[in-house]
Design a protein around this ligand. Structure first.
Ligand code: FES
Length: 161
């Protein structure tokens, strides 16, 4: 009996078993993969009002640093972000809250009382007391956070991506 190019019985069964194994792998594997990655796919922005203490503890006309951290759980990942802001209160209790992150490349600015400016050490940028660019490469003023006063307590609105 001459061998033909046709598939042998053993080869046929091997192919069927391999195909069935692949199908079962996909049927079982896809839901497992979906379960594992779905929290990351469902990540969304979160926001919160951060209590920043009594408003009257902030001096008038002097930007005062306030720092806090936020823990964000994103799927299986847990991230702790630290924030640093400057709170500026005027005589009529109007409040501005500035980010301390330079709008050029993200270094932290610090307020210098002598010049009444926020200065970024990275590329020597200067911002005025209201966050406007005085000199240096930043393309825009310091970012501001929304804030409100609730029963004398300052609250800062933070939005995280
Ligand atoms: S990062 Fe602030 S001036 Fe460049």
């Amino acid at each position: 009996m001459a061998r033909s190019a046709n598939v042998t019985r053993r080869g046929f069964i091997t192919s069927v078993m391999a195909f069935a194994g692949s199908v079962m792998g996909v049927v079982v594997g896809l839901p497992v993969i979906g379960y594992l990655i779905s929290p990351a796919l469902n990540a969304k922005k979160s926001d919160a009002w951060i209590p920043a203490g009594k408003l009257d503890t902030y001096p008038l006309g002097v930007p005062t640093s306030f720092s806090f951290t936020r823990t964000q759980v994103n799927g299986w990942e847990k991230t702790v972000n630290s924030f640093s802001v400057y709170v500026l209160r005027d005589a009529s209790n109007q409040v501005k809250v500035f980010s301390s992150i330079c709008t050029h490349l993200g270094c932290r600015v610090s307020f210098h009382k002598s010049s009444e400016e926020y200065i970024c050490p990275c590329h020597d940028a200067h911002f005025n007391i209201n966050g406007g660019v005085v000199s240096g490469p930043p393309p825009r003023p310091l970012n501001q956070y929304e804030s409100k006063v609730d029963n004398g307590n300052l609250m800062i609105h933070v939005i995280e991506a």
